[in-house]
Design a protein around this ligand. Structure first.
Ligand SMILES: [Fe+2]
Length: 343
């Protein structure tokens, strides 16, 4: 078996490949690691056939849909997952066949109602059901401490204690443990009576994950994150540095058109000298009258450099092949004490 653990902050994902057939399964892929999954698969001569989320993640962005789109892999989740894009909905007691590997599905609700663990010959992928020295929390949407108790004490912890434990999260740079070590030392698992365990879970006063709403929105719908939208736009356009822009607008005649895409009030309070103004929200409707020459070199800017990236990509789509975005935003321009023009 080819087995690779990929860490992205506290998130752990896995590439599991069959040495004989070179088929691979990616578990809990994270959006910032997309290129790495391709690179690992290429390095080991693997073809990604399946991507799987052990549960609906509320704290980070799943790359399952994008990875599946890029590779043609099938997306696997538990049958109770609300994500509409899942190809194979699995349930307790079923197995996935990855080349010559058998990957068993153990339904373990509690952290979420669609949570499962994966059982391989010598190891477990425990998702957020069992962590090293902890368990998944049960206070996020569809979490239930009673169900987590059953999943652990009446199911997972009955498996062979020699099995290696590979969780979906770890906050202390540990990569794995064993089921036996967790049973012996995991503090949460020392509360073996149902009432004590449930009370302990209910008493945890944890902060909500930073991107909870956006993570649930994108992971449940398969939609894109805001940073994905900006990254996709950034991959379509090029950028020009502030000093380069400054030199070029100070020449006569200026070598390029500047376009401020902030709101009107911000533009009137001050802008880069000579800049035209179309708020981002009106860009498509007003661009024909304001910029009649699609071959013109245009530098777009906004306050922080994100909206202008989206706007520059939109101009590209409209045929303005020389639209570029300012590398930085008006805020950085102002802080650099570069010339500005009021009104
Ligand atoms: Fe989770």
């Amino acid at each position: 078996m080819i087995f690779e653990q990929i860490r992205s902050g506290a998130c752990l994902s896995y590439v599991i490949g069959c040495e004989d057939t070179r088929a691979a399964l990616v578990v809990d892929p994270e959006i910032n690691q997309l290129d790495r999954y391709h690179a690992l698969a290429a390095r080991d001569g693997l073809r990604i056939r399946y991507v799987l989320d052990t549960h609906t993640h509320a704290d980070h962005f799943s790359a399952s849909r994008e990875l599946a789109r890029q590779t043609g892999a099938a997306i696997i989740m538990h049958r109770l997952s609300s994500a509409p894009y899942v190809d194979i909905r699995v349930d307790d007691g079923e197995s996935l066949i990855v080349g010559k590997l058998r990957v068993g599905v153990l339904y373990t609700p509690g952290h979420t109602d669609d949570a499962m663990c994966l059982v391989l010959a010598d190891r477990l992928l425990t998702g957020d059901t069992l962590l090293i020295g902890g368990t998944g929390r049960t206070d996020l949407p569809s979490g239930d401490p009673e169900k987590l108790y059953d999943s652990l004490f009446n199911k997972l912890l009955h498996l062979d204690p020699a099995l290696l434990v590979y969780p979906a999260h770890d906050y202390k740079d540990r990569d794995h443990s064993t089921l036996g070590e967790e049973i012996a030392h995991n503090l949460r698992l020392q509360k073996t009576r149902r009432e004590e365990f449930v009370a302990q879970m209910r008493a945890l006063d944890l902060a909500m994950p930073t991107h909870l709403t956006e993570a649930l929105r994108t992971n449940r719908s398969g939609g894109k994150t805001v940073s994905q939208l900006i990254a996709e736009a950034a991959s379509k356009v090029s950028f020009m540095s502030m000093s380069e822009v400054r030199q070029r607008i100070e020449r006569t005649p200026p070598e390029l058109a500047l376009l401020d895409v902030r709101e009107r009030d911000a533009y009137l309070a001050g802008h880069i000298p000579g800049a035209l103004h179309i708020p981002r929200g009106q860009l498509e409707l007003r661009v024909n009258e304001m910029l009649p020459d699609p071959t013109q070199r245009i530098v777009l800017y906004c306050e922080y450099g994100k909206i202008s990236t989206l706007a520059a990509a939109t101009l590209h789509d409209l045929g303005y092949g020389r639209a570029v975005a300012l590398d930085g935003g008006y805020q950085a321009w102002r802080e650099a004490a570069y010339p500005i023009e009021p009104g």
